[in-house]
Design a protein around this ligand. Sequence first.
Ligand code: SAH
Ligand code: MG
Length: 216
Amino acid sequence: MDKVLRAEALMTKGFMPPDEGDALYLAACSACKALPQLPIVEVGTYCGRSTVWLGAAARKFRTNVFAVDHHFGSEENQQGWEWFDESLVDSASGRLNTLPSLVDTLRRSRLTDVVIPVVGESKVISSQWSKQVAMCFIDGGHGDEPVKDDYLGWAPKVAINGFLAIHDVFADPKHGGQAPFKYIYSAAIDSGEFIELSATGSLRVLQRIEKFNLNS
Ligand code: SAH
Ligand code: MG
């Protein structure tokens, strides 16, 4: 991967560990190579940390990343919670707003022509989204409802042979919340439409396969 872009990713605020970011980049390259011209969708961008790894792959394969986030932060990013960062609060509204940081990250990394922020509620955007995607990376809200909505809304957009990458997958409740494991990872595997390609930390990369019907 481009060294300058990797350094930019590591400089960006966020939650993507370096080894998982590198695995995300490799997965994105392989999906974009297999499905030329189709875009990548990221759900849950925050300040754009994971987005830079995805953007590096999209730049290499001349495609785009659509980075979906309402930019108000998840539950755990709010005041009083574990992952609250006061410097991201907008002084006028008193509310968290990560969009200015994302715009800074994209300018600094020179990815403004590659990564297109899509600002809004993931469920609304997925419901209006008709294009197939080479890869969808889900790292948005981690409560049961947003996770179920992200699976139902975005998994069907992944093209055959395309990838569904999921962050914060913990099979053991001792290590973290169960929603992405139950309602995305396990749901996708149990559907028979996805197979697992790789696991790095809490990142799982699945591939969409042609579903065959034993009765036909
Ligand atoms: N991928 C980022 C971390 C994402 S944190 C990184 O590498 O650092 C999760 C993000 O999901 C937050 O920015 C939050 O605003 C967004 N989010 C949570 N629920 C959402 C929803 N329903 N629609 C859109 N964005 C959502
Ligand atoms: Mg995450």
